[in-house]
Design a protein around this ligand. Sequence first.
Ligand code: PEP
Length: 255
Amino acid sequence: MRRRLIVGNWKMHKTASEAAAFVQRLSELVPPINSLEVVLAPPFTALHAVAQSPASRSFALAAQNLHWEDQGAFTGEVSAPMLKDLGCRYVILGHSERRQMFGDRDEGINRKVRAALRHGLDPILCVGETLADRESGRTQTVITDQLQRGLDGLSKEDLRRVTIAYEPVWAIGTGHPASRAHAEGANTMLRTTLESGWGTEAGEQVRILYGGSVTPENASEFLASPQIDGALVGGACLDPHSFATILTLAQSFAR
Ligand code: PEP
């Protein structure tokens, strides 16, 4: 059975000291977490503060990006070994903001996925169609393409460590989430693609999350679905009360 996973993507929010205070507050608000996995993805500059906080013990740590090389003359970049050393367990890759604003492409994302795996970080690969893709009936082509290219060359063993986040671009940060039926349809297409590429057994155990304007008000709708293994939460994870509410709800749908 796939364990539910909730990821909080802080994007470019919170200084290191704000991050430490946030984690303290969050840990006071959530009941002990035993039936799901919770991942916090602060900006690079706050990873150390979160990792060092005793209050972060129930949460795993993720970075929001990495460079595929281990080290070298890449000004402004951060590598997988650096993130691993800071205590990261996961890394978010291929987020639509990286694809749209910073030129991340499938080939580079695939190099990042491989670098993560090589250094013991579990990748959370984001895929999702734009509104124009959706309106032109290209959702399936776009998301299965991003999936196959992002995971190109991975073995079944590698796949065990991968999580997919289906995040329609039109739903991210807009306050207009996908319907449960739309998210389920996309997740089913993605799982079928995984199963035909890597076999039923390997494809079946990959967690596929939904992300895009998840809030305490709508989270249950997604978390109740057998096809949705958890959520990637942006805006609503920045407030400890709203994130704690989502985590509490997620626990009640634990498998
Ligand atoms: C995200 O950052 O991936 C995201 C889903 O953001 P939001 O929840 O704000 O739509």
